[in-house]
Write a protein that binds this ligand. Sequence first.
Ligand code: ZN
Length: 323
Amino acid sequence: MLKLTFLGTSSGVPTIRRNVTALALHTTMNRDWWLVDCGEATQHQLLRIPHTVHELVGICITHVHGDHSYGLPGLLASASMNGRKKPLILVAPAPVKAWLDATMLHTELFLTFEIIHIDVASQQLVHRQDGLAIERFPLSHRAPSFGFKFSFEKTTWKIDSDALRARGVPPGPAWGLLQHGKDVQLEDGSTLLAAEFRSEHVERAVAVIGGDNDTPSLLAGACRDADILVHEATYTEAVLQKVGPGPQHSSVQRTASFAATAEVPNLVLTHFSARYDSAEGMAEVEAEARLHYQGTLLLARDFDTYELNAGVLARLAPAPRVK
Ligand SMILES: [Zn+2]
């Protein structure tokens, strides 16, 4: 039902295999999608996945740092050049909007669509529409940083085919009408009530996407009913100890231990320091994470798509590189 496609998984600076942070969230329900963070060159990464800026509903920016936001003006300018008309929701810290406005003014960028800015600091529930609610949770980082909780809900109506057959109603138009909530008059004058022959099925998927954050437990409330946690694991614990608390990032151990305590069934680690960008580096990250977390663990890679089905998260084959 829910899919995540990583467009950037490196912290601070890009590497040859990993761009800076960006993550696309989409569902199997329609072609709408959301972007969380928009590091520089996100629009180039986007050229390699099936989604386009036309179907992009909104962008959530976790914090002001450039590795999470410098891709915004370019992506918006290209969306304009491609003729986008639909308004775009931008959930972001106020300084990001001020910087964007200044960039647009000084570079004479005139967008062909409206930006609906929602100050991320203003309210917990930042968006709710069409079976999607987005809430934000304050984190701990050098700059004010937020995590986002995406709760998707899909409602379908199923008809009781056994009961209908037992009533002597074979598959046909009556079944469709009942499924759509319409009562059906039979030829014998009796009425089939939709309420008696259909039932509601609600499918939910909840993903918590962290921003930069040195205290994963701040997401304990958000993770209570989460299927997936995506969180930074910038350093291994030993390296974090050497670097010191200044950068205010999490370690693999801290993120994994929190996910275990919070009993989140699926954990995706991302935002890795460039020093781990090798098979050995990733093996080190994985080994440390597995020591502390026994659920489904995935280490994000650029262009990976993960799909959640019935609570199980799996890596899909990579998206096609050329449209
Ligand atoms: Zn960062």
